[in-house]
Design a protein around this ligand. Structure first.
Ligand code: MOS
Length: 715
């Protein structure tokens, strides 16, 4: 029996659990004797704690323990031989309660454990902390002379180049020189970061919000100096993360330490306000791009310079210069990426980290070049189309960007674009169209899975993967069902448990390619095992009869999948084109976005419904980047002032227009066994530049600082 499940618009298999509230997120777990923790955060950006008086807190009702550097057990923080790829590759992670030193405002300096959350929260306000403040670096612009190259790696280059970009730029008839500044942006997922920690002797169980259970286990094992096998991490549901739960932040250690000292299971849920300094964010980044071209707009030189904030204790870096180096054909290119250490919590990847940032600068610059050359922005991009990857010097495994431009332009009605800036007014509003290219790399990592046929003819498939919302549960179920020849309803997929077969990080848009390929391999192995027991036993009845005949109550097979040499032979990316229409009231500075459309080519689409949801969801993230999101820092205290969802604005329904995502059919035999490319982070890439380019088309003004708020349109 053959079942077509891949490519079908299967409804989310975890939907009913989520709707009924039976899906359990980290903070939903409870245990007998559970105590509650509240964190105390530093209120200065740099200095020393000279006194910490916890006597009032200790005598408050219900308090079980107060832990700070004064009394915390020394933790070994064993160094890693190879740092986890989700951690910055140089510097030292923040050590919890190990010293009197304060490195940023919001640093955890104590934790109170009490019988109830209310008691812990109250007691946490009763600590009396005295500091000796020291001079802190709290302003990016003042700290820019401190900029330095972060450690470079293949996936995070700092300096790229070929030819002589500066010399070529100097002699081109068309030249643009533009800058763009983006503030720090916060993931602001609905689910707060939370950890429930429980010790049983020297064994620890963590119910945690994480995008990588295996790494969570390994990190905490290193911190406490215990074998990883003594730790189990459980994380069946993640309510949005966007990169904030890739690495293991200090609060996980706080929860585990609190449980150990209190001798009780402890639940720690960060408050919305705490989240703004307890987990990372997209770093503030300033970029300058210079483009040099002939009179027809054909690029001869591309120079990109970027600098971004990091913390004073770790060098966080991201691949800002990677995508701009491969997107268009040019004979001369130079780029430089630098970081500026500040007294802040370390930044971290946030949805299309680096790529969304780098493409923002390049795609707004390309709009300026189109204007200078007097050609349509799509035509300009076609004139500079890269037939092969100019950076890696490799052919693309597949590239359907031309088709994305064509499909998107047609569906959007791009030919109706006002040909001149500030030339179309409807009523009191100026109308503008803008577009930009989107791109995101296609990677995968080694993954494993187990497929088990049960006596009733249904299957259980497992991998230590994660599902932060993109539909891992559903897509893996589809792959397993089709491979085993079972209906989707006869397959159950389990993830989010470090005891399950190893999976890579749920990030970099590579879960489908990595875990999906492993699930396929495990199911193929199980199918072969079943066949070797006799006959072509497929379908529920067939499998049930087969297991019955052999007196088996279950039959399992493991599968692994790992990258081959494809990345050495091909340059692998998903591509897209994003189109935006804007209406701006020049008197009020108000901006409306009536339409946003993306056309994507991302290999095989496993589930068109979920792929569409992924894309329009990512586009909403892009709207936030363009129009609403910005961390506002008080330079006196190095503190995020708008640390709440009332003040840190993400797009709400009224901000989000008619969105659509279209897909170009693409078959890619090279990328991975399933032929899928990541279709998650690309959806955020290209949105902000398309919107900025539409602002220019509507008003004739280039806005060079995100987000585009009314005050900037009025100036
Ligand atoms: Mo994504 S920033 O790799 O969660």
């Amino acid at each position: 029996m053959s079942v077509a499940a891949i490519g079908q618009p299967v409804s989310r298999v975890d939907g009913p659990d989520k709707v009924r509230g039976t899906a359990r997120y980290a903070a939903d777990f409870t245990l007998p004797g559970l105590a509650h923790a509240a964190v105390v955060q530093a209120t200065i950006p740099q200095g020393r704690i000279t006194a910490l008086d916890d006597s009032l807190a200790r005598s408050a009702a219900g308090v079980i323990a107060v832990i700070s550097h004064v009394n915390a057990p020394r933790l070994p923080y064993r160094p890693f031989q190879d740092r986890p790829l989700v951690d910055p590759q140089s510097g030292d992670q923040l050590r919890v309660f190990q010293a009197d030193r304060v490195l940023f405002n919001g640093q955890p300096i104590a934790v109170v454990v009490a019988e109830t959350l209310e008691q812990a929260t109250l007691a946490a306000t009763l600590l009396r902390v005295t500091y000796t403040p020291e001079r802190a670096i709290t302003q990016f612009d003042e700290a820019r002379d401190l900029l330095k190259p972060p450690p470079a790696s293949a996936s995070k280059p700092t300096d790229l180049g070929w030819g002589d970009a500066d010399a070529a730029f100097a002699v081109q008839p068309l030249r643009t020189d533009s800058s763009v500044r983006q503030p720090n942006e916060f993931h602001a997922a609905m689910e707060p970061h939370a950890t429930v920690a429980a010790w049983d002797g020297d064994r620890l169980t963590l119910y945690d919000k994480t995008q990588w259970v295996d790494n969570d286990r390994d990190e905490i094992a290193h911190v406490f100096g215990i074998p990883p096998e003594h730790i189990r991490v459980i994380s069946p549901f993640v309510g949005g993360a966007f990169g904030s739960a890739l690495r293991t932040w200090p609060h996980v250690t706080v929860a585990a330490l609190a449980a150990r000292v209190a001798g009780r299971p402890v639940k720690l849920v960060l408050t919305r306000r705490e989240l703004f300094s307890a987990v990372g964010y997209r770093p503030l980044t300033v970029q300058r791009v210079r483009l040099g071209a002939d009179r027809e707009g054909r690029l001869a030189a591309l120079i990109q310079e970027a600098s971004a904030q990091t913390s004073i204790y770790e060098d966080y870096s991201e691949s800002v210069v990677d995508a701009p180096a491969m997107l268009y054909a040019t004979a001369n290119m130079r780029s430089a990426y630098r970081v500026v250490p500040m007294n802040v919590n370390s930044p971290c990847p946030m949805r299309a980290p680096g790529t969304a940032t780098g493409v923002l600068a390049l795609e707004t610059a390309m709009d300026e070049l189109a204007e200078a050359a007097g050609v349509d922005p799509i035509e300009l991009r076609l004139r500079n189309y890269a037939e092969t990857d100019p950076h890696k010097n490799l052919p693309f495994s597949s590239k359907s960007l031309r088709q994305c431009y064509a499909l998107g332009a047609e569906a959007f009605g791009w030919t109706n674009r006002p040909p001149k800036p500030a030339s179309r007014q409807e009523g009191s509003q100026l109308v503008g169209y803008g577009m930009a290219t989107a791109v995101y790399h296609t990677n995968r990592a080694a993954a494993s899975a187990r497929a088990t046929m049960l006596a009733d003819g249904t299957a259980l498939v497992q991998s230590a993967a994660s599902d932060m919302g993109p539909g891992t549960y559903t897509a893996m179920t589809q792959v397993a069902a089709e491979t085993l020849g079972l209906p989707v309803a006869a397959v159950r997929f389990e993830l989010g448990d470090s005891e399950l077969p190893k999976a890579p990080v749920h990030g970099g848009s590579m879960t489908m390619a990595s875990v999906g390929s492993a699930v396929q391999a495990a199911c193929l192995a199980l199918r072969d095992k079943c066949r070797s027991l006799g006959g072509n036993a497929e379908g529920i009845e067939g499998y049930r009869a087969l297991l019955g005949r052999h007196g088996l109550d279950r039959l399992s097979a493991d599968g692994q999948a790992a990258p081959g040499d494809e990345a050495r032979r091909f340059s692998m990316y998903a591509f897209g084109a994003v189109f935006a229409e804007l209406r701006i009231d020049p008197e009020l500075g108000t901006l409306r976005l009536p339409r946003l459309l993306g056309a994507y080519a991302a290999g095989r689409i496993v589930n068109p419904t979920i792929a569409h949801s992924q894309c329009i969801g990512g586009m909403v993230g892009g709207i936030g980047m363009a129009l609403t999101e910005q961390g506002m820092w008080d330079p006196r205290f190095g503190r995020v002032m708008n640390a709440s969802l009332a003040d840190y604005l993400v797009p709400v329904n009224a901000d989000v227009p008619k969105l659509d995502a279209l897909f170009v059919e693409e078959q890619d035999p090279h990328v991975n066994p399933l032929g899928v490319k990541g279709l998650a982070e690309i959806a955020l890439v290209g949105v902000a530049p398309a919107i900025l380019n539409a602002v220019y088309n509507a008003t004739g003004r280039r806005i060079r600082e995100l987000p585009v708020t009314p005050d900037k349109l009025l100036l």
